[in-house]
Design a protein around this ligand. Structure first.
Ligand code: ATP
Ligand code: MG
Length: 274
C-alpha cells in the first residue's frame, strides 16, 4: 500500500504518549471535532480498550455491533464497523473491552503490526484526517497505530518529569521509523492542561521549546473544566461549550495543524524527485 498514490489523501496521525492521563483522548476527540467544524472529513480510531474516545464522541461502546477488535482480526472492514458521531460531525471506529483480546489474536497472525494499516488503506481516500487515539502503553495495539501513521502528535503536560518520559517516546518513534514504518514522523508536541499561573509549568514549557524548537505547536490548551465535563454529556468539548477557553484553544490547534500539514506537503513537492 502506498499512501502517496494520487487517490490517497488522508493524513493519518497517532495521538500518543506512553504516560497515562496526559490528555491524549481529550485531544483526539476535540481535534476530530475541530477539524470537522473546519469542514474536514475525519475518522477517529479508538485504539484503547477503555473506549473513552468512543464514549466521549457520544457513542455507547457497549451497544455497537462491531468495533476495532473485529477489524483487527479480519472479521469486519472499517466501512462496516465505523459509526457516525452526530455530535462531533466525524466518523468513529469504536472500541471497548473486547479490544484487549486482540493482542492475543494478533500474536498468532503474520504481519501482526500491519493489520490496522491494511484496514485503513481501504478508506484512506474517504477522509482528510484519520486520528488514532492510542492507549498509554507500548503494546501491539500501539504498534499497529504507529505502523499505520504518517505522524505522531504528542500531548504533554508541562510537569517536572515530562521531558524524561518524552525521550522514551521519541526513541520509540525513531525505532518504528527505522524498522517498521519509514514514513513515520514526529508532527509536533502539544502542551495541554496548561496553567499560566504555575511558574514551574512556564519553565518546563520554555525548556520544551528550547529542546524541540518548531516541533512545538504554538497553540497551547489550557486547563479548563468544560473540557473535563464534556465527555459525561457524550459531547466533544468544542460542541459542549464552544465559547470556553478550552474549546477555542482546540479550534486554534485544528487550524494550526491544517497549516502545518499544507506547509509539509509543499515541502515534499519541492523535493527533487529521484
Ligand atoms: P489515558 O492514558 O488513560 O488514555 P489520556 O491521556 O487519554 O488518558 P484524558 O483521558 O484525555 O487522558 O485526560 C485525563 C483526564 O484529564 C480526564 O479526566 C480529562 O477530562 C482531563 N483533562 C484532559 N484535558 C484537560 C484540560 N485541558 N483541562 C481540564 N481537564 C482535562
Ligand atoms: Mg485515553
Amino acid at each position: 500500500m502506498n499512501y502517496n498514490s494520487p487517490t490517497a489523501i488522508a493524513n493519518v496521525f497517532c495521538i500518543a504518549n506512553q504516560k497515562g492521563g496526559v490528555g491524549k483522548t481529550t485531544t483526539a476527540i476535540n481535534l476530530a471535532a475541530a477539524l470537522a467544524a473546519l469542514r474536514k472529513r475525519v475518522l477517529l480510531i479508538d485504539l484503547d480498550p477503555q473506549g473513552n474516545a468512543t464514549m466521549g464522541s457520544g457513542i455507547d461502546k457497549n451497544k455497537v455491533e462491531q468495533n476495532l477488535y473485529h477489524v483487527l482480526i479480519g472479521d469486519a472492514t472499517i466501512a462496516q464497523a465505523r459509526v457516525r458521531s452526530e455530535a462531533g460531525g466525524y466518523d468513529v471506529l469504536p472500541a471497548n473491552r473486547e479490544l484487549s483480546g486482540a493482542e492475543i489474536d494478533l500474536i498468532q497472525m503474520d504481519e501482526r503490526e500491519q493489520q490496522l494499516k491494511q484496514a485503513i488503506s481501504q478508506v484512506v481516500s474517504e477522509y482528510d484526517f484519520i486520528l488514532v487515539d492510542c492507549p498509554p502503553t507500548l503494546s501491539l495495539l500501539t504498534l499497529n497505530g504507529l505502523a499505520s501513521a504518517h505522524g505522531v502528535i504528542i500531548p504533554m503536560q508541562c510537569e517536572y518529569f515530562a521531558l524524561e518520559g518524552l525521550s522514551d517516546l521519541v526513541n520509540t518513534i525513531k525505532r518504528v521509523h527505522h524498522n517498521i514504518n519509514p514514513e513515520l514522523q514526529l508532527v509536533g508536541l502539544l502542551r495541554v492542561m496548561f496553567d499560566t499561573r504555575v511558574t514551574l509549568q512556564q519553565q518546563v514549557s520554555a525548556q520544551i521549546e528550547t529542546h524541540f524548537g518548531d516541533k512545538v505547536f504554538k497553540s497551547i490548551i489550557p486547563r479548563n473544566v468544560r473540557l473535563a465535563e464534556a465527555p459525561s454529556h457524550g459531547l466533544p468539548g468544542i460542541v459542549y461549550d464552544k465559547n470556553s477557553r478550552g474549546a477555542k484553544a482546540y479550534v486554534a490547534f485544528g487550524n494550526e495543524l491544517i497549516k502545518r500539514v499544507k506547509k509539509e506537503a509543499l515541502r515534499q513537492q519541492a523535493r527533487p524527485r529521484v
